[in-house]
Each structure stands twice: as C-alpha cells, then as structure tokens.
Design a protein around this ligand. Sequence first.
Ligand SMILES: [Zn+2]
Length: 248
Amino acid sequence: MTQVTIRDRRLRWPIPDYLEQRLQGGEVLATRRRAKYLLIDFQEGSLLVHLGMSGSLRLVSENDQPRKHDHVDIALDSGHLLRYHDPRRFGSMHWLDDPSHVLLDHLGPEPLSTDFSGDYLYRTSRRRAAPVKHFIMDAKVVVGVGNIYANEALFMAGIRPDRAANKISKARYGLLTETIQRVLTTAIEVGGTTLRDFVGGDGKAGYFAQSLQVYGRGGESCKRCKHQQLREIRQSNRSTVFCPNCQR
Ligand SMILES: [Zn+2]
C-alpha cells in the first residue's frame, strides 16, 4: 500500500488527520468484520470502517477517475484502488492502535457463531423485563439482528414481540436462535433486504423483501393461519408486525 487520497474528511465523524500517515507503506495482513464494522488489519493497528447508510468500499482500477461522493482512495500495490463512496456521509473511518476499541467493546456474539445459542439467550434474559424484540435487537446481547429480521424471526418462532424477555422458556429461546439464524442466512444468500438506495457489494439490489412473512404486511392476512389479520404496533418508534393467533 503506497498512497492514501482523502477528498472529503467530513463523514459521521471527521476522518482523523493522521490516517494517511498511519496507512502509508503498511501491509494488509487480514480483513474481517465485527458487527457492522469492517476491519483491515496492519502490523501497527487496524483501519475500522463503518458504511453508515449508503457507504460502499469497492476495488477499482488505478485509472478509474473519481466521481462525486468518492471520498477516499487507498492505493494498493496490485494497481487497484480501494475506494470509499458515501453520498449521505453517515459512514466513518477510525484508526485503532489497539483492537479493543471502545466501539467494539461490549458487543454481543455474532448470531451465526457458536457463541450464540438458546442457552445463552435464556441466561442473558433472566433479569430483562423489556420486550423480547428489544432484547434480541440489543447489540450488547447479539449483533446484527435488525428490525426486519427480528420481526420475521419472532413470527417464525411463534413468539409475540411484546412478550417480556424474562418470561420466555429456554426451549423457546432455542427455537428463536434457530429462526434468527435461518432468517439471516436466507437474507445473506439472496443479497439482503433492499431499502431505498442500498446495493450489495456486487452492485445489485437484495431480494429478501420478496419473502417477508410479516414485516410491511400489517393489516394483511397471516400467511400461516390464513384467517387472522396481522397486527402492527410501534415499539421504540420501529414498526412491529405480528400475528395475534400464531404468536404467543
Ligand atoms: Zn397467524
């Protein structure tokens, strides 16, 4: 890696003015993801990137002319540029000298890892009287369960979203773990759920929206029991949709 070009530092937080110097001449050792953060590891530390709402990282040819909203280019020895593009500028870039950064502390397990289980959810929920939907969307409990996926997983597990987290049995948490993993795995396979201007790494829109069972279907009939209308409520200003017949 030889050169870093920053055209606009004004992301959600300003890009630190020492970033070019830290990246200069560094060798990429690994790339990984933790929750919504992308990490590019170097000998001396890690570059942490959050894509915000509309950010993307793409590999382009070094001859590719920058367009509007192409805020950062990192030139690689391969002759490619790693290009950060972000129209809304809600993303961020941080340099971490130490991997135990405040942004990564206290994050719960990854939902598709073996650390995430029914036993874990049961144990963690015993003192939580909050609704189970809030509980599974709390990144300190488990990362990566967004509003749409929480709605869908709770429907598939037959659990009412407004039921208190500490009133749910270990067996039902076992089932909920499976449905969260199934919903996320399916969504990843089809490229996510397209909302407005999001596109995946391949530049294509996601197709998960077509297979939603409850989200966005308030007032419509339940696909499972057929004769109930799905009920829509607001929880923490987010839409919650459930079937009063199938979810208890
Ligand atoms: Zn139903």
